[in-house]
Design a protein. Structure first.
Lengths: 256, 223, 437
């Protein structure tokens, strides 16, 4: 069984006064790997500047460039199609760094205490599942409470957050439980915004689990980037000269 | 080997301005010190007005001391010495350690003067060290553009002080002509209006009033 | 030597003339003060130096092997020589550097290795500094000035000339340059080591640059000059890893160069020292350096570590807990002489507290025997007194050779009771003479 997805992703950054010397690194193109084959993909930038393609140390595709001239918006649009097939995944060697805490996933005393209170099954897959239940039991989905720099510890204290926070908390607990687990961002079938979930290394296979929706990942999840946490694989990161206030509009659509 | 960035251009220019500010102002203050011996001193109210700085001084003595040595005042000569050294320090590999040492020495002499009860002796060293700095700068800086930027900064400062204090006005045209000849060798872009005003005065096309000249010379370069 | 002492004042005047300053932050404000200089040099004989030189080359060679291995195949981990915990939990380990091979495979081009000489006459390694070790400029300029003040001393003593540091640095940069100018990158005028940055730029014939002077276009680093942009082939950066590229590391950094990492990854610019070196000079990894020498080079270490215990290992934990009052405990997360605790100075309550910390976070600490090191004479006014002193040796590694600078920075503590000689804690420095015979 496989599924072919068409995706469209459009981000527009608007600046209230023009900015210059804008350097950016995008990770907005999904890579191909066993289980996910990108059939065609187009990236358009506005202003239309050239960019260089690179792969970072986590294997993500990057598009790197610079807009020197004054500009009031930066827009990037990606569209294409991909074939997803969970059956096509292959065994990979473990990557030890995903077993260690990272900037966003350093356990606080409160998280440590919570972890100690959990009764977890021995079997790694069952354990991975049980941890998702634990996160679901402690978090309420509520946008606007947390931001891109919120850590797992802060989200845990708030008990509220969005997909990024669910993923960070999940990773913190999974790593404390001896699992290798990593952060994933990408798109899922439907319309709206990008999504974040996790992958756990189970019997040699990076297996997706979505703590926000409390489910295993299926063929409707299109992966963009992976890393220890959000900080390693943001879809867009940029710096510029100017005092502008930034406003971002996002539109994405994934359908069969 | 040397290459000049925009930030370096700025520092070279201000190195020229501050070293000239110190070099012109110190003798003025030495004169003032001298005249205070007999009691009179300069009209410091008028001085402050002409320089466009707040007159916060209690007496002739207070002015003389603090205008020279008050490190907390951005208008004092000691602050100009500080700024001169600060610009020099960030230009070490352009102006060489040898040249920078003279700025360091001028700075130390200024500190000694501040502590001395006969500051005129040390102030003479400040002037000597700046003179030595100029010689060393001329000798050691290979890049002609760099030399010209600092010299242009010095000329702008000199003309500005002449116009503010209305001293040596008879030399004004000569100084302006020197500035106009030099600025084309700096790579700096002068403001066209200011340049026209100054050229008119220098070439006797049209005499311009002092205040307009002053604002033109101050706005000649945005660096 | 007497002549050096006689000329102390002259030498200090010369140092002041050349603005030999060291910045410190006190109560949040930046102060610059002259780095106190002591005229009595540390003297190392030619014979002693030969051993040090070989030992230092060997050590730095092994450390570069280690860095290449860690950011590549990680054989030393899979072979169980170094536990992976010491790598992956090290704040200096940067996964963003995985798989990137710097030009020539060199990570630590300029290494500052701190040593002390024990009363037994043997040298012990105190610490490796592979990120941005500072201090070479001070003995460099001091020598130049001492020769002026006391020519006879140098005529009669056969001291190896150390004034080639600029050329050595230049040669090291040349050997990895990818085509373009050399740049020394400084965080700016208010950095503690600004004097050094500008002095070394001058000595090495490089351009001194700050953040706004450099930018990356098409994965290539450029220097903005009024004559047009110039490509940079090698950047000797004096800014820490985390501030170097806001698009890869600390996003709030204003003193970095956006997308520098992309230029580095493409091999379009050599970065001295490479990113991620902190994993190899961590206080925890120090313990493993002799093992690295055996593992990578198949040689016995020529220079010794101070006897070190890792509470991470059960038997070491026992020893440390039992001998705390005679050991020095170091917190691996701290630098610059901070986080160094002498067990003998602690009250029994503080000792218990520290024991608890070690038990709960064994990886965070190392413990060392206190080395009874040789004191050096310094002049305190007119009186000669003895003070603790260390030696920072500078090892320069280019694409094809490893050179030990025939000199070094000897730092001493002001305080007679202090074992800590870090310059940010108020010590002074001396010249270091390597004799030619």
């Amino acid at each position: 069984m496989s599924r072919q997805l068409h995706f469209f992703y459009d981000i527009n950054l608007e600046f209230d006064t023009p900015v210059t010397e804008h350097a950016f690194t995008l990770r907005c193109i999904p890579p191909s790997f066993p289980g996910q084959e990108v059939l065609d993909v187009t990236l358009e930038l506005e202003p239309g500047v050239p960019y260089t393609r690179q792969r970072d140390s986590f294997g993500n595709l990057m598009q790197i460039g610079r807009i020197a001239q004054p500009h009031s918006h930066f827009r990037y649009t990606v569209h294409g199609s991909a074939r997803l097939d969970l059956e096509g995944r292959r065994q990979e060697a473990d990557t030890p760094i995903y077993r260690y805490p990272s900037a966003y996933t350093t356990p606080s005393p409160a998280i440590l205490a919570c972890h100690q209170g959990l009764v977890l099954p021995e079997n790694p897959a069952e354990k991975a599942w049980a941890l998702a239940q634990a996160v679901a039991a402690r978090m309420t989905y509520l946008p606007g409470v947390t931001g891109p720099s919120t850590t797992a510890a802060q989200a845990f204290d708030a008990g509220q957050g969005v997909c990024q926070d669910y993923a960070h908390l999940y990773l913190t607990l999974a790593r404390l439980s001896g699992l290798s687990a990593r952060y994933v961002n990408g798109l899922t079938e439907g319309e709206g915004a990008s999504h974040a979930w996790c992958e756990v290394w189970l019997a040699g296979i990076w297996t997706g689990i979505d703590p926000t929706r409390n489910q295993w990942v299926d063929d409707s999840y299109l992966r963009f980037g992976v890393g220890r946490d959000f900080g390693d694989c943001p879809i867009e990161r940029g710096v510029f000269l100017g005092q502008a206030i930034q406003r971002q509009t996002v539109f994405m659509k994934v359908c069969q | 080997m040397d290459t000049i960035t925009l930030s370096k251009q700025n520092r070279l220019f201000w190195l020229g301005r501050y070293s000239e500010r110190v070099y012109t102002s110190v003798p003025l203050m030495m004169e003032d010190y001298d005249s205070l011996i007999d009691g009179s001193g300069m009209d410091y109210h008028a001085f402050c007005r002409k320089m466009g700085i707040p007159c916060v001084y209690d007496s002739g003595e207070d002015f003389c001391r603090r205008y020279l040595f008050d490190a907390d005042s951005q208008y004092s000569i000691t602050s100009a010495v500080e700024a001169m050294l600060g610009n020099g320090m960030v230009l070490r590999e352009t102006i060489t350690s040898q040249t920078l040492a003279y700025l360091q020495m001028a700075h130390s002499a200024m500190e000694m003067a501040a502590r001395s009860d006969s500051p005129m002796v040390e102030l003479q060293w400040v002037l000597d060290d700046i003179m030595a700095f100029r010689g060393s700068f001329d000798d050691a800086v290979e890049e002609e553009t760099a030399r010209n930027i600092t010299k242009t900064g010095g000329m702008v400062e000199r003309i500005s002080l002449m116009l503010r204090l209305e001293r040596h006005m008879e030399r004004l045209e000569g100084e302006l002509r020197k500035l106009l000849n030099r600025l084309y060798k700096t790579g700096l872009t002068p403001q066209p209006d200011a340049l026209r005003t100054l050229s008119d005065q220098a070439l006797d096309v049209q005499p311009v009033d002092r205040i307009t000249l002053l604002s033109s010379v101050e706005s000649l370069f945005y660096v | 030597m007497d002549s050096m002492i006689r000329h102390k004042e002259q030498i200090n005047q010369q140092l002041a003339r050349y603005g030999v300053k060291f910045g410190i932050y006190k109560n949040g404000a930046f102060h610059e003060r002259f780095f106190p200089y002591d005229p009595i040099p540390r003297i190392i004989t030619a014979q002693e130096w030969r051993v040090l030189e070989r030992g230092l080359r060997q050590r730095v060679d092994a450390l570069n092997h280690f860095l290449r291995d860690i950011y590549g195949p990680k054989r030393i981990l899979s072979d169980g020589v170094v536990p992976e915990d010491f790598v992956y939990r090290s704040p200096g380990y940067l996964p963003q550097c995985e798989g990137i091979t710097p030009v020539g495979g060199i990570y630590s081009h300029i290494s500052g290795i701190d040593l002390v000489k024990g009363k037994d006459g043997a040298w012990y390694i105190l610490e490796d500094n592979l990120r941005i070790p500072s201090g070479a400029s001070y003995p460099l300029i001091a020598r130049d000035l001492c020769r002026r003040c006391s020519p006879d001393t140098f005529r009669h003593n056969g001291v190896l000339d150390n004034r080639n540091y600029g050329q050595l640095l230049r040669k090291t940069m040349d050997s990895v340059n990818t085509g373009g100018i050399h740049v020394v990158f400084t965080p700016g005028r208010y950095n503690a080591a600004y004097f050094e940055h500008s002095y070394l730029a001058e000595q090495a014939g490089a351009v001194l640059a700050e953040a706004g002077d450099l930018y990356v276009r098409d994965c290539t680093l450029y220097y903005r000059s009024i004559q047009g942009d110039q490509r940079v082939g090698a950047i000797y950066r004096r800014v820490s890893d985390e501030y170097m590229d806001p698009l890869t590391f600390e996003p709030e950094s204003l003193i970095g160069i956006p997308n520098l990492m992309a230029a580095y990854r493409s091999g379009n610019v050599a970065v001295l020292n490479a990113f991620g070196n902190g994993v190899a000079d961590d206080k925890g990894i120090y313990y493993f350096v002799p093992k690295m020498i055996r593992y990578y080079l198949g040689e016995e270490p020529i220079l010794h570590n101070a006897p070190t215990y890792l509470p991470f290992y059960q038997e070491d934990m026992h020893y440390v807990l039992e001998h705390m009052d005679t050991l020095v405990i170091k917190d691996v997360a701290e630098a610059g002489g901070y986080g160094v605790i002498f067990g003998s100075n602690l009250t029994s309550q503080a000792l218990d507290e520290l024991k608890r910390s070690i038990l709960t976070q064994p990886r965070r600490f190392i413990a060392q025997e206190v080395i009874d090191f040789q004191d050096l004479p310094i002049l305190d006014g007119e009186v000669q007194v003895e003070r603790k002193a260390d030696l920072r040796a500078f090892v320069l590694t280019g694409a094809d050779e490893i050179t030990v600078w025939p000199s070094g920075l000897t730092r001493f503590s002001r305080n007679p009771d202090s074992f800590i000689v870090n310059s940010s804690q108020g010590g002074g420095f001396k010249d270091t003479w390597i004799l030619s015979h």
